[in-house]
Ligand binder design. Structure first.
Ligand code: ZN
Length: 280
């Protein structure tokens, strides 16, 4: 099937600037663009969600595993982060993009009731092996019938075809007093964690449609009707974790400083130019 062209997922603007500096790291792939209005970094041309999901299954098939020490460590970190702040005990949890279920295993040991959503049959078999419920689907399919106390989206929001749709799906899966936790390694306008050549790749560009800063992640959650946006100490750790509560209509308007919801596009472009110079 053919690709579709998307405007900015956050503000809807079609005005954008190509991130030219990316070209030397991505082969002939389409480079990401920076929204001229809100500074969001995204890929414009995207295939249907199922095709992107299939690519991810192939990438998993090529040896990527959440048992790698670095991957396991970051999942342990978010399990511990949430546990210390809010606790997992007795919570019903849905992990969207659950992979092999490594994170679910961690929080099951902390007495959470776990379910995982993943498009891969192999992964769902592993999740069921934990005695957990597996939803073998993508977020384009209908939402599960049960509701959850916590929905987690870990290193997944950047890899889907429609980030706002994924957040709204999460919203609809939650109990009214539930919580959403998103974790990402995007790190825009933060200290460089790794060389730019490892951050960008020659994988199909739409397997990584979005790159987040704290502000654009806040913006996405806010636009998907989440409030009480809290982060971890993302300058001390190599991931950005954000917690949001689904807004209730009786809550009335919740004010947030609009400066917290966008980046200056020039700052984003300058950030990548500096990354290219200092840590290619
Ligand atoms: Zn925008």
């Amino acid at each position: 099937m053919t690709s579709q062209t998307f405007d900015c997922d956050l503000c809807g603007s079609s005005d954008h600037t190509v991130l030219e500096v990316a070209r030397k790291y991505i082969g002939d792939n389409e480079p990401p663009v920076v929204c001229d209005n809100c500074g969001f970094l995204y890929i414009r041309s995207r295939r249907p969600a199922k095709e992107i999901a299939e690519d991810w299954n192939n990438i998993f098939g090529k040896g990527y595993t959440s048992e790698w020490p670095g991957v396991k460590a970051r999942l342990f970190y978010v399990a511990e982060f949430f546990d210390q702040k809010y606790g997992w005990k007795g919570k019903r949890v849905l992990d969207i993009g659950a992979g092999e279920g490594t994170f679910l295993k961690f929080i099951q040991q902390r007495d959470a009731w776990v379910s995982g959503l993943d498009p891969s049959i192999e992964n769902c078999t592993k999740i069921e092996g934990l005695g957990a419920r597996a939803y073998c689907q993508t977020i384009e399919d209908p939402i599960p019938e049960e509701k959850f106390d916590v929905v987690t989206i870990l290193w997944t929001l950047e890899n889907c075809q429609d980030c706002m749709r994924m957040l709204r799906f999460a919203h609809d899966c939650l109990e009214p007093d539930g919580q959403l936790m998103v974790a990402t390694g995007s790190r825009i306008l933060m200290p460089f964690k790794k060389p730019l050549s490892s951050y960008l790749s020659q994988n199909p560009p739409d397997t990584h449609c979005f790159r987040w800063s704290k502000e654009t992640l806040f913006s996405a959650l806010w636009r998907a009707e989440f409030r009480y946006l809290k982060t971890n100490d993302y300058l001390e750790n190599d991931c950005l974790v954000c917690i949001g509560l689904p807004v209730q209509h009786e809550d009335g308007p919740m004010l947030i400083d609009s400066r917290e919801l966008s980046n200056n596009p020039k700052d984003v472009i300058d950030f990548f130019s500096r990354w290219d110079r200092e840590f290619p």
